[in-house]
Ligand binder design. Structure first.
Ligand code: NDP
Length: 290
């Protein structure tokens, strides 16, 4: 089986490395030197033109938004063979993904929205959770590809459903980060260091991925390693808000989380790690979370 991988960023590069360890994998990246470095390090084959991916059985993409995926699809799809499956690992827009699936279907290409969770650690370990929207038969054809990158694959519904689940998941992540930052700021003012509060919360019912992993590893250490950009999280929460709106669910909590996260990305810049949003609470309260 031949695979083509588009987008060798923080997630795409380790995913494509795991694919190249098992399958014949060609890689394309907007910045071509990144693709060549990937080939040198991981045994993939770098291609310079998107259309050099013609002939692969499966195309994987992992780009910032569906807008970039659509742009590469317009160039590549006419060169693909009938029956090619396109696995889009981007955290994208559900409606745009449905439209893209329909257009690619007209070109004989089966598009599956297949965003991932598990972060860069999960991408390196090949243990990502993949949430798939679209045709089950097409999904059955790409088992070997998903085995190389995923620990869990869940078919969640029709086209666009994978994107919707991903957006809601990340809105829950953002909500938990904001709520924890506010609570810990109040506790710092009451004389309780965040590291001490975390010992209690993580043995209690208020715990989350944020309190168990992100606060201890990134916030309390003040390391804020940049693995998932705040701008990308803000994009995801915006997609979640749009998903609620489309379903006519009022959602005051997630609307507020959307406004806060968008404001943080604009104040701190989109490229900092997503956990740096706690700095907004620190600035407003005058305490640092340690
Ligand atoms: P990065 O910013 O690290 O990488 C983005 C990739 O997209 C790069 O390969 C970049 O190429 C390419 N790219 C950007 N703009 C364009 C364009 N206009 N045309 C073609 N290629 C382009 O992002 P991540 O890997 O972090 O995220 C990718 C997707 O995965 C996003 O949807 C994100 O929300 C999602 N995600 C991220 C997670 C994480 O922990 N980082 C976890 C789960 C999902 P170039 O090298 O030229 O800049």
């Amino acid at each position: 089986m031949q695979v083509g991988f588009i987008g060798l960023g923080a997630m795409g590069a380790p995913m494509a490395a795991n694919l190249a360890a098992r399958l014949d994998t060609r890689v394309w990246n907007r910045t071509a030197t990144v693709a060549q470095a990937h080939a040198d390090a991981h045994g993939s084959q770098a291609v310079e033109e998107l259309t050099d991916l013609a002939g692969v059985d499966v195309v994987c993409s992992c780009l910032p938004t569906t807008v970039e995926v659509e742009a590469v699809a317009r160039v590549l799809a006419p060169a693909l063979e009938e029956g090619t499956v396109w696995l889009d690992h981007t955290s994208g827009d559900p409606q745009q993904a449905r439209d893209l699936a329909a257009w690619l279907g007209g070109q004989g290409v089966d598009y599956l929205d297949a965003p991932v969770s598990g972060g860069t650690d999960g991408a390196r370990a090949g243990t990502l959770t993949v949430m798939v929207g679209g045709d089950r038969d097409a999904l059955a054809e790409v088992g070997d590809v998903l085995d190389a990158v995923a620990g869990r694959v869940v078919h969640v519904g029709p086209s666009g459903a994978g994107m919707a689940v991903k957006a809601v998941n990340n809105a829950l992540l953002a909500a938990a980060l904001w709520a924890a930052a506010e609570g810990f700021a109040a506790l710092e003012k009451a004389g309780v260091p965040t590291s001490v509060a975390l010992e209690v919360v993580n043995a209690s019912s208020g715990r989350s991925n944020g309190t168990e992993n992100l606060f201890p590893q990134r916030v309390v250490t003040r390391a804020f390693p940049n693995t998932f950009a705040l701008g990308l999280l803000a994009k995801d929460v915006g997609l979640a808000r749009a998903t609620l709106d489309a379903a006519e669910v009022e959602g005051p909590v997630l609307h507020l989380v959307d406004r806060l996260t968008a404001a943080a990305a604009s104040a701190l810049g989109p490229d900092v790690d997503h956990t740096e949003l706690v700095r907004m609470v620190e600035r407003a309260t005058g305490v640092e979370l340690h």
